[in-house]
Write a protein of this length. Sequence first.
Length: 257
Amino acid sequence: MNNKKVVILAGAKEITNIIYNALKDDLEIEKVIIEQPISRAKFLKRRLEKLGVWTVVGQILFKLLIVPFLRVTSLKRYKELKAEFNFDTTPIESTKVVRVPSVNSEQTKKLLKELQPGCVAVTGTRIISSEVLECVAAKFINIHVGITPLYRGVHGAYWALVEDNRKACGVTVHLVDAGIDTGNILERGIIEPTAEDNFVTYGLHQLAVGIPLLKKATRDVLENRVETKPNPEGKSKLWSHPTIWEYLWYRFRYGVK
């Protein structure tokens, strides 16, 4: 029987609290290692190098103008879904939390070596280096808001709807490797957003479907009964945030909110 200890490796986001509170009664959560957000300057520098000025400007305008509008206009729906799915956002008890500058820091590797978990559950972090993945024998598993490898990166449900690919509008739990959402699939599920939903509420549906899948996958890892699933048919693609002009085009042309 494998080591039953679970470590959560996460970003400093509300989703981390929701996942921890959903798992803590069924699994032995040893620690929650939370990385600090990357600085805006470094984040923008990387984006500019990768995507170019025009795309990055469009993404910034989307986040500054469209996202706040969607949050205000869908606040009622957002609250309804959180209540419907029984999401518990209670802060994680301080004795469980360790904060690190990055998932790839020496501090993270040292902590994992000391804790020697049976499974590391990942959510909302930057890309994890091979050095961290190989520093302990545990399998790392990630809950990803998209159907991989078709919708790698971010906002997989939104992009699936843009492509009118509802059968691939969902969430995946997969093994973590050195790539970006390229690890072998453990579990996946499809969501069915309604006309009331939009860009800021799709993620709640994905989380509701994904948490039970994450629980199952974690138990399977701890019990050494991991079985991977074949990749869905289709082209693998890495997706980023929409630009303001992409969002407006898809909304008024195709009705994707």
